[in-house]
Design a protein around this ligand. Sequence first.
Ligand code: SF4
Ligand code: SF4
Length: 118
Amino acid sequence: MTKIQDMLHNQLPSVNEVPLGGVIPSNGNSQTYETGSWRTQRPIFVAENCTNCYICWLHCPDNSILIEDSKVVGIDASHCKGCGICSAECPTKPAKRAMSMAQGGFYQPSETFAKSTL
Ligand code: SF4
Ligand code: SF4
């Protein structure tokens, strides 16, 4: 061991001094964490332009595309983190976009496709 390694080694805490971190005490708990407040952008869904191809649903990493009766109906605003993947993957043409991104994380009251108040 070199002198520098020896110095660093002496400064490191022992295993009993390192605080616990990243502990997940139980499984299936992600639904209880509302992570939508992290957004800086929000997906905008236009139902009349949607072909219900489910590509957005397949790609969303947070399972935030809501489907009812085999149709996309909106966004789970409590869990959507605004990554933009749904919009990037949506195959609809620019003139008739079904999914696009808007600046700002919080939904307006008129954006009723977003479920929750975030
Ligand atoms: S922005 Fe990201 S997290 Fe939100 S619905 Fe689209 S793919 Fe899912
Ligand atoms: S990818 Fe676009 S067209 Fe397909 S279901 Fe999602 S919003 Fe609708």
